[in-house]
Write a protein that binds this ligand. Structure first.
Ligand SMILES: Nc1ncnc2c1ncn2[C@@H]1O[C@H](COP(=O)(O)OP(=O)(O)OP(=O)(O)O)[C@@H](O)[C@H]1O
Length: 320
């Protein structure tokens, strides 16, 4: 086989497979389970968003790599949610271009956009569950919307599986959102976001409002799902522990654009005042110490690590 550019589909050598592809349409057709093979499932270029006189984004560009957990941070009101809403087509920008899975969201054919909407899942801030429906029924909504012909028994079974996949007990399927704790509601929202086996997962402040143990558990679940399901995750968060623990890279929004995208250690070296305040301020330092402790605990059998943990714990006590 000749050289293949990144993101290109492989040449089909097998005549039977080639005939089947010919019959059912090639990779450009919106087949439900076509998977994106390019390098960047999300590409945003020159985005401008405003509400009246209030300009939120101007000249904002961002590329999300396939398979990464990308954290998105920025001060309150810098437009993290508006960016997410633009990417999923809920907010029409004034200017700029957005592609998801290589298809234009901003000026694409509406049919095409519908063809990509079943390939992402979204957990909105607060979960956005329908209060009059059970958890199982909430998870079935996207299934009914995109695959109305699936028979009800199978639909219930898929929903039950997604609920379990999100770490909820089986009996949560029949419960109403009001019967769930905050952490369980987030998991139910996640189960719904996973309903269509997405390749791309959008999480808006998933650990906000959770206690530290619940937040850490949700982070582990996100990491596990990314690794096992091969997801790309776009994760808006204020949670420094989340950034340190699970994000491959972090995009920082300030001054109406993405001012940097990099790993947390690399971002911490940058001279921007907001970045310094955020990552190197007292809360940033505490998160870093917590991560260092976690890392050391993984090597507890080693005497050096044990001593280091003791020393770090003591220095934490002094600060507190
Ligand atoms: N539909 C809307 N109409 C008018 N203004 C809006 C609308 N949606 C968002 N905004 C404004 O856009 C700005 C950015 O909002 P956004 O919710 O994206 O911020 P954010 O970075 O997610 O903030 P936070 O961290 O507080 O959640 C805010 O000033 C908000 O008031």
């Amino acid at each position: 086989m000749g050289m293949m550019a990144e993101g290109e589909d492989p040449v089909i050598d097998d005549p039977q497979v080639a005939a089947a592809v010919e019959e059912y349409g090639n990779a450009d057709v919106n087949r439900p389970h076509e998977r994106f093979r390019g390098q960047y499932p999300i590409v945003v270029e020159g985005l401008k968003n405003s509400f009246g006189e209030h300009v939120i984004h101007e000249g904002l560009s961002l590329k999300v790599r396939r398979g990464e957990i990308l954290g998105v941070v920025g001060g309150s009101g810098t437009g993290k949610s508006v960016l997410m809403r633009s990417i999923i087509g809920l907010q029409t920008p004034d200017e700029g271009h957005i592609e998801v899975f290589g298809r234009s969201i901003t000026d694409g054919d509406p049919e095409e956009v519908i063809g990509v909407r079943n390939r992402w899942g979204v957990l909105f801030q607060g979960g956005a569950l329908f209060s009059t429906l059970t958890v199982g029924e909430n998870v079935e909504i996207p299934l009914k919307q995109f695959y109305p012909d699936i028979e009800p028994g199978l639909m219930h079974e898929i929903a039950r599986y997604k609920v379990l996949l999100s770490g909820l007990p089986e009996d949560a399927v029949a419960k109403y959102p009001s019967e769930l704790s905050g952490g369980m509601k987030k998991r139910a929202g996640l189960a719904r976001a996973l309903a269509l086996d997405p390749e791309l997962l959008f999480l808006d402040e998933p650990t906000a409002g959770l206690d530290p143990i619940g937040a850490a558990a949700f982070d582990s679940l996100t990491k596990e799902l990314q690794a096992t399901l091969g997801l790309t995750v776009f994760l808006i968060t204020h949670d420094l522990d989340t950034l340190h623990e699970i994000c491959d890279r972090v995009a920082v929004i300030a001054d109406r654009k993405v001012i940097a995208v990099d790993t947390v250690p690399n971002l911490m070296k940058l001279d921007h005042p907001w970045i310094q305040e955020y990552f190197n301020g007292p809360r940033g330092r505490a998160a870093l110490t917590a991560q260092a402790l976690d890392e050391l605990r993984r090597h507890m059998d080693k005497p050096v690590a044990l001593n280091a943990i003791k020393a770090l714990d003591k220095s934490g006590d002094k600060k507190a």
